[in-house]
Structure formats: structure tokens, C-alpha cells
Design a protein around this ligand. Structure first.
Ligand code: SF4
Length: 258
């Protein structure tokens, strides 16, 4: 399969189907993946298939490269709509994540005050107070929640650290609406087991979790590229629309990427 690894610490800008013109920040090494999840659909590949030899970028390196890129973009009159923390793994696992977010917000205010700062996270470090507080500061705090049934989480996200959906829902509720829930729907089998999360047995508790969390926004999407496991396939646009309609009916703002 074709794996996508991003340069580090700054890449792009790229056009994101969910976020617009986006300047990426990758806090993981450029030559491999580091993540607390091991999602079966991860475009960076499964954990262990791309073990990095380089280190994560230091806070100062991120600051200098981001400042240089934004200065260059400003000079060329092409400022980003959004600065997005994503890339080769889980950004909040960087030990200086909170400080880097504060640096980024200051640079954003200086060079492109209209741009949003987004973080795509799996939420496995929400128990760290400084990570939680930093995520409250950004414009788009986008947290993955593909399933809430523990078995389905184990099958789809394969957490490599302690993670329970119940505890995760409590942390997500504590954002008091300042959070976007991002859910990837897919169908398929892994080792002969059905891992389809479009089924009612997953959707009903997931909807109920949304009512506990009360997110400001819900993003639904599906597989867009080749996956490390070949027995997975996209949710159809009809299925995504039907789920979106149920989310809307509960009163949430929802967007869908097909
Ligand atoms: S959380 Fe993101 S980076 Fe980590 S395994 Fe899942 S898709 Fe890949």
C-alpha cells in the first residue's frame, strides 16, 4: 500500500477536504509514525511498519520554521485559512505540545490573524491538564471518536495505551461544547471479524455519547485513500447522510466528507 508520511515540523500548505487551505504542523519525526492509536485505516500505516530514526522536532525548531513559513506566505500574499496540527501520529504526545500551541497562537496573531488553529487529535492525552487547557485555546479542537463500544474501539483504533470510551466521554464533556467530534465510518473485516461501525449497535451508543459530550460540531467522514488493511471499504454517501440526519435531529451542527 502507499503510505503517507509528512515532512516535519511544517508542511504544505495543502488543501484539506475538511479544513480548507491548510498549513500543516507535524510534531512527530519526518521519517516515521508515532501514535498512541493504531487505527486500521491510518494513512501513515500501521504502528511498527515505519519506526522513526529521527527525533521529534524541538519547540524552538517548530517556532522558527513556522515563523519563517508564515513570513514567506505573507510576503507572497498567500496566507493559510488554517494552521493544522496533524501528521505522522498524535500531536498532543509531544512533551512541549502546550508551549508549542501558545507559540503558534502568537505567530498566528502576528502574521495571519484571520487564520484558525486546528488540532486533529485522538484525545489520548486529555488526562494531562496542560494538554486539555491548550486544546481549549485553539479554534478547532477536533477529537477522534470512531466508536464507543470498547470492543469496537479495540478493533478499529487499537489503542496502545490505557483508553476507555467511558472515561474519554467524560473528558470530552468537560470541554463544554468547545470540541469537534470527528468520526470515520467504514465497513470491513479484520482477521475474519466484522469491524463495520455503520451498524446500529455502534451508532445508537455513539449518538448517546454525543448527547453527553454536547460538541459544538460533528464531522463525519470515511476512508479516502488506500488503507494498510485491504479488507476495508468506504461508507456510502447514503449511509453517511443518514447518520448525519440523525445527528442533526439531535440539534448538532454536522458536516460530511464523502
Ligand atoms: S489516531 Fe490518527 S495517526 Fe494515530 S493511528 Fe489513528 S489515524 Fe493514524
Amino acid at each position: 500500500m502507499s503510505t503517507i508520511l509528512f515532512p516535519s515540523p511544517v508542511f504544505g500548505p495543502v488543501r484539506s477536504r475538511r479544513l480548507g487551505v491548510s498549513l500543516g504542523v507535524n510534531l512527530m519525526p519526518a521519517d516515521g509514525k508515532v501514535c498512541t492509536f493504531n487505527c486500521i485505516y491510518c494513512e501513515c500505516g500501521l504502528n511498527g511498519t515505519h519506526i522513526p530514526t529521527q527525533k521529534r522536532p524541538a519547540q524552538q525548531e517548530v517556532y522558527q520554521m513556522l515563523r519563517a513559513k508564515l513570513a514567506d506566505m505573507k510576503l507572497n500574499g498567500q496566507l493559510p485559512d488554517v494552521i493544522t496540527f496533524a501528521g505522522n501520529g498524535e500531536p498532543t504526545s509531544h512533551p512541549r505540545f502546550a508551549a508549542i500551541i501558545r507559540d503558534t497562537l502568537a505567530l498566528r496573531d502576528q502574521y495571519c490573524p484571520k487564520a484558525k488553529v486546528s488540532v486533529l487529535t485522538n484525545g489520548t492525552y486529555l488526562h494531562r491538564r496542560e494538554v486539555f487547557d491548550a486544546l481549549r485555546l485553539v479554534d478547532n479542537n477536533i477529537v477522534k471518536l470512531d466508536a464507543v463500544l470498547p470492543q469496537m474501539v479495540r478493533q478499529i483504533n487499537q489503542p496502545a495505551i490505557w483508553y476507555t470510551p467511558e472515561e474519554q466521554i467524560r473528558y470530552l464533556s468537560a470541554f463544554r461544547g468547545k470540541v469537534t467530534i470527528q468520526t470515520l465510518f467504514l465497513r470491513g473485516t479484520v482477521n475474519g471479524q466484522d469491524i463495520t461501525n455503520i451498524k446500529e449497535e455502534n451508532i445508537r451508543p455513539w449518538l448517546s455519547a454525543l448527547l453527553d459530550i454536547m460538541p459544538g460540531h460533528v464531522m463525519l467522514y470515511t476512508i479516502d485513500r488506500e488503507t494498510p488493511i485491504s479488507t476495508l471499504s468506504k461508507a456510502s454517501s447514503r449511509e453517511l447522510d443518514a447518520i448525519a440526519a440523525r445527528v442533526r435531529k439531535l440539534g448538532f451542527h454536522v458536516s460530511v466528507s464523502y
